[in-house]
Design a protein around this ligand. Structure first.
Ligand code: SF4
Length: 123
């Protein structure tokens, strides 16, 4: 995606990072509060490596626990697609790698796991 000349983000196009064209409209509105929010969103980083490791280990623990107790491990394909579509509209979504910047998870995997949930309860 070509970067707009009035984009306040230094390196990349915010719409490309987040998959949100609404942020381009916020910039065009020249509303300072909205532009500040766009800058804030573009600066979001993944959680620390330690937090990401803890998240992965916790996730694996929940999956193993479900497996041991004979519970369903995966959601249906339809549910996975629903979850992923919610993520794709989320401000924490990182489109290049399809990862969540809130938890650091790879969403193609996370959205398929029955025991997993969105860290901010969007699904
Ligand atoms: S898991 Fe939740 S916070 Fe992360 S991208 Fe998806 S909807 Fe957004």
């Amino acid at each position: 995606m070509e970067k707009c000349s009035n984009c306040p983000i230094k390196d990349k196009c915010i719409a490309e990072i987040t998959n949100h064209k609404q942020y381009c409209r916020w910039v065009e509105s020249r509303d300072k509060a909205k532009i500040d929010r766009v800058i804030e969103l573009s600066n979001k980083e993944y959680p620390s490596i330690t937090t990401q490791i803890i998240n992965v280990v916790s996730s694996v623990g929940r999956i193993v626990d479900d497996a041991i107790h004979g519970k369903q491990i995966l959601v249906s394909e339809e549910e996975k697609i629903n979850r992923l579509n919610i993520c794709r509209e989320c401000e924490w979504f990182e489109s290049e790698n399809e990862r969540c910047k809130k938890c650091g998870c790879w969403l193609a995997i996370k959205t398929y796991m029955k025991s997993e949930h969105c860290p901010i309860n969007k699904w």
